[in-house]
Design a binder for this molecule. Sequence first.
Ligand code: NAP
Length: 288
Amino acid sequence: MDKYFVIGCPVGHSVSPQIHNTIFKHYNAHAKYFKKRVEPRDVEAFVEEFKNNDCYGFNVTVPHKKTVMPFLDGISSEAREVNAVNTVVKKRDSGLTFGYNTDIKGFALQAKRAGCSLKGAHVKLIGAGGAARAIAYSVYREGAASLTVYNRTVENIKIITHMLRHVAYDDGVKFPVTMMSLDEFDAGDCDVLINATSVGLGIGHEEEMPVKSLEGLKPDTVVFDIIYEPSETRFLREARQRGNAAHNGLDMLIYQGVIANDIWCGLGAADNIELIDKIRKELTAKWQ
Ligand code: NAP
């Protein structure tokens, strides 16, 4: 039986086993997925052991997404740009290890399947942490027209602006990125609005808002909050009350998982809408 893991510290909250074991069961794959708590000082030892055992893939969660990078044989250009790896594969032929960041395509796939086109869109992003970095990169790659990033600590936005200016320069294009403090937030004048902060995360915190208000939000702006627990933050509720299409982060979570599984096993889970619906139902039931 092939074994796959998610490593993190802590890792108890992770629902990745549920996503991947449902995929393995659906395809009758001889594989099982486990959680493994790995302390920061033990990441290198974990990767060394992985290189020499009969496992072929693992996911990486907080706080190891950056720590794991120097120990791998190769890293995708996307993961290198956002400076975070959440999926590692060991090639069966060469034994070489490669790191990917599936949050990037996970967000793009969620937007696409929600009927939200990022191409040509003016996007406002709240937050400048690890998830925001992957989303900013995703938004750029999907062909957005502009990006405005709001964050409590303006200094942290510089990592995103620097990254995007660098990739846009390499691509020979101009991509307007604007940095703003949270106090200057204004929900108007955008096609897509995304909350990628951790404000509102966790049961009991759903009434916390990352911004003062959604005043000025256009009726056709598509709103995302990448938090999935609780399933409806105040940010999402206020957007819905205004009549806007508004999506939580559950689909991004599922899509980053099915994309990771396809990198390891190539079962085609990312294109299996029926299976994705099944995973969504299972996870929704778990949190009800
Ligand atoms: P992170 O790197 O720690 O970044 C946290 C972000 O939230 C930063 O921008 C931080 O601003 C901001 N923030 C935190 N507390 C704040 C407050 N009280 N007021 C204003 N801003 C505040 O975390 P992350 O990994 O990017 O994760 C962010 C959120 O995304 C979490 O809720 C996580 O669960 C969710 N997430 C979802 C998925 C998914 O698949 N759906 C994937 C990854 C993450 P400063 O820079 O000022 O500190």
